[in-house]
Design a binder for this molecule. Structure first.
Ligand code: AMP
Length: 500
């Protein structure tokens, strides 16, 4: 069943409701969104893009994004959204790897060399979207690819997680089961890239005839988001943890804006307990923490907001909650045997949200998908109530003197220091210990390595504390706001150890 049906249904039942707004202005109604998407699909067919053909969207958040997704699906094609912040050479890789037929972009100059480039502001796009003859959407089997999600590539080359129509249906229906009661009065705001989780979160809002709002800036500007919250009271939006921190620090965030928030979907990277407490103090039970992967969108587990409050125990705040509806989650050892409560292992996942595999990469697929289970590469444990806590990515665990050290645990401690704004911990090769712990820290002036060392000694085992601190003005981040440990490792390799 083609996921385009979500829009077809809403065009029938919510025809005159606004479907997409650009800033505060309506860009199109549901009838309009349907017709524009159908026209785009007809245009793709007329250009000879075959069903199953990949169409890359390399574009910031724009009002046209949603019609492109639905147009591509209506034509039976596969959307390949990539982050607008990628370098053109990285997009070249995605174009070649996915074997794309066409590229939609708002940066045509950057992609002039690619034969199938259509600039969103070009007459070419206007022609594609011109009024169609009556159009019949393509039939799609549940297993047909709908979206190829390129992993953010924090290690090596990005891989394309193939998400099928079944995956997108499962994700949409379980959103309505677990997350929030969307109605036609709701709004989804999109300060976060539509090429990532925000784009997927848009789908249940389409089904319910709610409006999807793209900020006029096309991105995240806390002041602009506050203004949109005034205009769209019943709003929900996705943020990475770094965005949530910036939003709660925004002086313009007043009571009116806060009371306009239905839910903030926060995920994609760990949110630290201190930051979450702070956000909860301001926003109350309006924060929905989800743990997911491009390989299993939009989430695997979640922390129900009604369980979060000022007195929530630290263990729950630091967890990623319980399994989502229709998702089976286990924590296993290397042999695939379930770990008892509180014992760490790899998180594996099954259910209709798990990807079909990696695009044309059977080796990576065979290693990630085994006997119907997705091996996430995340290390975690269940408690006796089946609440899942993540420690780290398996490849990020530091092994020092034979003991495992989970960077996140050390980072949580450092972040409790009032002078520390951001931190990330990695391992550095050490001749005796195998690895030693090094902390990169963004801190107020005057915070010293000695002070942080004392702070750690009071709070964690000696062997876990950083042996060296690197004070930096900011941490390197991916285009989705994830801290790039690979880049930190490179920075470390390029510098001499600080004399002890
Ligand atoms: P991506 O596929 O780029 O969205 O990255 C997914 C990875 O981000 C997961 O495998 C986790 O390592 C991490 N991640 C996502 N959500 C969370 C969360 N709520 N807490 C901790 N880590 C997370």
């Amino acid at each position: 069943m083609n996921i385009f049906q979500l829009l077809a249904q809403s065009a029938r039942t919510f025809a005159e409701r606004p479907a997409v707004c650009l800033g505060e202005k309506t860009f199109c109604t549901y009838a309009g969104l349907h017709d524009r998407s159908a026209a785009l699909a007809a245009g793709l067919r007329a250009r000879g893009v075959p069903p199953g053909g990949r169409v890359v969207i390399y574009m910031g958040n724009r009002a046209e994004y949603i019609e492109m997704l639905f147009g591509i699906w209506a034509a039976g094609c596969v959307a390949v959204p990539v982050n607008a912040k990628l370098h053109p050479s990285e997009v070249d890789y995605v174009l070649a790897n996915s074997g794309a037929e066409l590229l939609f972009t708002d940066q045509p100059a950057a992609m002039a060399s690619y034969a199938g480039t259509v600039g969103v502001e070009s007459p070419d796009y206007a022609a594609l979207i011109a009024a169609p003859a009556p159009f019949t959407p393509a039939v799609a089997a549940p297993e047909d690819p709908a979206w190829i999600f390129y992993t953010s590539g924090t290690t090596g080359r990005p891989k394309g997680a193939v998400l099928t129509h079944r995956n997108l249906w499962a994700m949409t229906l379980s959103f309505l089961a677990d997350i929030c009661p969307v109605t036609e009065a709701s709004a989804a705001l999109h300060p976060a890239p539509l090429s990532h989780a925000a784009g997927l979160f848009a789908l249940p809002f389409v089904r319910r005839g709610a409006v999807n709002v793209v900020p006029a800036s096309g991105g995240f500007d806390p002041g602009e988001l506050v203004a949109l919250l005034h205009r769209f009271p019943r709003a929900s939006f996705f943020t990475a943890p770094t965005m949530l921190n910036r939003l709660v620090a925004c002086p313009a965030l007043d009571d009116r804006a806060m009371s306009g928030i239905d839910l903030v979907f926060c995920g994609g990277a760990p949110i630290y307990v201190e930051d979450l407490r702070h956000a909860l103090k301001l926003l109350g039970p309006r924060i929905w923490i989800g743990y997911g992967q491009g390989e299993a969108p939009c989430t695997i587990s979640y922390l129900p907001p009604h369980l979060l409050g000022p007195d929530t125990p630290e263990a729950l705040l630091g967890s990623v909650g319980i399994a989502r509806s229709g998702v089976a989650v286990r924590v296993v050892d290397e042999t695939g045997t379930d770990c008892p409560p509180d014992v760490l292992g790899e998180v594996i996942v099954a259910g209709d949200v798990v990807m079909a595999g990696y695009w044309q990469n059977s080796e990576a697929t065979a290693s990630a998908l085994r006997d119907g289970w997705l091996w996430t590469g995340d290390i975690g444990s269940f408690d006796a109530q089946r609440v899942l806590t993540l420690k780290d990515r398996s490849k990020d665990v530091i092994i020092s003197g034979g003991s495992n050290i989970y960077p996140r645990e050390v980072e949580e401690v450092l972040l409790r220091h009032p002078g520390v704004t951001e931190t990330n911990v990695i391992g550095r090769p050490h001749p005796d210990w195998g690895e030693e712990v090094i902390a990169f820290v963004v801190a107020d002036p005057g915070v010293t390595a000695e002070a942080l060392d004392r702070f750690c000694l009071d709070r964690i085992a000696r062997f876990k504390r950083p042996k060296d601190y690197r004070f930096v003005p900011s941490l390197p981040k991916s285009s989705y706001g994830k801290i790039l440990k690979t880049e930190l490792r490179r920075m470390l390799a390029e510098t001499e150890p600080t004399p002890q």
